[in-house]
Design a protein around this ligand. Structure first.
Ligand code: ZN
Length: 529
């Protein structure tokens, strides 16, 4: 069948000159155009039936097109769709059966969407509400929040500092509420450009990375330049090839160059002279097991163990640094083996995880509480937040230094003993950067794939400060992003699109914010103004 999944007879049946499998290889944009031409090619007595079928087809397609999925081929395997694409296909499927009285709960539907696709999403949501349904959304995107009839703002902080309703009401009521943290972002009164951006004339003063790619999937050849030691944002609608460019071309190519390996086949040429390190910082959760905590991942625990082993009581009782490890040390809780939890075998059901009955989740045995510094045992310290630990522990400069880096990354509210798999994507992303902060990043490149996902506008400011610190240390920062505040703070923007032949990799405009906003062809520009 040559991959068409159809037999010869089916493949030889033609409608308006093409077979079903040829039709399925078309993009939604193309097939919508083509299908309109079909009825005229049919015998008179079949036209009414064809019109009915086409009407139904157009109804279904319109939703997918509204959601910005027109570039997808009908035969695209669903397991190759991105999370955002899949969520929108599912939403479109739900809409197919006109419903009323249904409560839809959407978890961050704006993830991965270009502002123009968000407009499509908004029109779909308005349609659902118009048909008599209710929608509850968890989201941070102000473009979406602004259309809400009623908003509940939770906070004020994250984790143990959250859990309160700080403002509630219509968007205007939220804007006028002094307790609201997001009000200023909704009204536009909050300053969103917080970096001192590079002047256009100085953009390439510290050199640049050049990349030339071959055609990959439905992304055409690209030639790009990225300034070194600047913040570059790659943006564009879904399907424009941002991820292909950065994650499948630039990252592996520079990596190959550093390791003196052969270039990946989809890369023609790369010049990143002098670059000695390239890091991809994603928001994938850290570690799969409960033994990894903020304290172990940031290596604060290593220093704590050493400091505790030097205390007089430890010397008297002959405890070494290794004994203070909750994973392998003598002072760990023997009941839960230092995991803080025990699993209970419930017949016929999956095991249930419970806090350890002996240590209550502290991971250490009572023995560990005999050794204290300033009134805190190592188990007590693990229950402190990073900021509390900075205020109350004076064990060593190394510890204060490491804790300070976490706090500067906006993670001061995390508890040291918090297990890392339970951190949010944004928290994981910043924690991964902790070891990179405060040292020279000359010749280092950091790539971020939609780092703003799930972040409150205030957290986005923290993220931008992190970028700024890296760039102050001479790092080159490259970000795939749709968030308008991140785009506005970029030194250099590459805005990508889809050309008339439905090929991604079309570079609509590249330059400073002003270059992009003054470009008539840029879809992104409309939202940045
Ligand atoms: Zn225990």
């Amino acid at each position: 069948c040559n991959g068409t999944r159809l037999n010869a007879r089916a493949n030889s049946t033609l409608l308006n000159g093409i077979s079903l499998s040829t039709a399925c290889r078309m993009t939604l944009d193309d097939i919508v155009e083509w299908i309109e031409t079909v009825p005229d090619t049919l015998p008179e007595n079949m036209r009414k039936m064809a019109d009915d079928i086409i009407d139904e087809f157009m109804d279904d397609s319109k939703v997918l097109l509204d959601l910005g999925l027109g570039y997808i081929c009908l035969d695209r395997p669903s397991n190759t769709l991105s999370t955002g694409e899949l969520q929108r296909v599912q939403l479109a499927k739900t809409l197919k059966n006109q419903t009323t009285g249904v409560l839809y709960v959407l978890d961050e539907p704006s993830i991965g969407l270009h502002p123009s696709n968000i407009d499509g999403l908004i029109s779909v949501m308005k349609r659902l509400v118009g048909e008599g349904n209710s929608i509850v959304i968890v989201d941070h995107d102000t473009q979406i929040l602004k259309i809400a009839d009623h908003m509940i703002e939770m906070g004020p902080g994250a984790g143990s500092n959250g859990g309160n309703i700080i403002a509630e009401g219509s968007i205007n009521e939220i804007i006028e509420n002094d307790d609201s943290l997001i009000g200023g972002f909704l009204s536009g009164s909050e300053d969103t450009i917080i970096r001192d951006k590079s002047l256009r004339s100085n953009l390439f003063d510290d050199g640049c990375i050049e990349l030339s790619t071959n055609e990959v999937y439905n992304v055409k050849k690209m030639d790009i330049r990225i300034p070194k030691e600047r913040l570059t944002v790659i943006t564009g609608v879904s399907g424009s090839g941002k991820t292909t460019l950065l994650l499948e071309c630039l990252y592996p190519a520079v990596k190959a160059m550093i390791n003196k390996d052969a270039l990946p086949t989809n890369v023609n040429y790369v010049d990143a002279d002098g670059v000695t390190k390239i890091e991809l910082i994603d928001s994938v959760p850290i570690g799969k097991n409960v033994r990894s905590t903020v304290a172990t991942y940031s290596k604060v625990l290593d220093d704590l163990r050493k400091a505790f082993s030097k205390l007089d009581d430890s010397i008297t009782l002959n405890y070494k640094a290794s004994d203070f490890s909750y994973n392998t040390g003598k002072l760990r809780c023997k009941t839960c083996n230092g995991t803080g939890t025990v699993s209970m075998d419930v017949q016929f059901l999956p095991d249930v995880e419970m806090p350890c009955p002996d240590c209550g989740g502290r991971r250490y045995s009572n023995e560990a509480d005999r050794i204290k510094h300033d009134g805190f045992s190592i188990a007590d310290i693990m229950e402190l937040t990073v900021d509390e630990a900075i205020d109350s522990i004076t064990l060593s400069n190394r510890i204060t230094n490491k804790l300070g880096k976490l706090s500067n990354l906006g993670l001061g509210y995390l508890t040291l003993g918090e297990s890392t798999p339970s951190l949010s994507g944004g928290e994981a992303q910043r924690l991964k950067l902790a070891s990179e902060m405060g040292k020279s990043q000359k010749n280092s490149v950091f790539i971020f794939d939609e780092p703003s996902i799930g972040l409150h506008p205030l957290d986005i400011k923290v993220l931008l400060n992190v970028f700024e610190r890296l760039i102050d240390e001479h790092a080159t920062v490259i970000v795939i992003e749709h968030d308008l505040d991140v785009i506005r703070n970029a030194d250099y923007i590459i805005d990508m699109g889809i050309d008339d032949d439905n090929m991604g990799g079309d570079i609509v405009v590249s330059g400073t914010l002003e270059d992009v906003t003054s470009c008539d062809k840029s879809l992104t520009a409309n939202y940045l103004k």
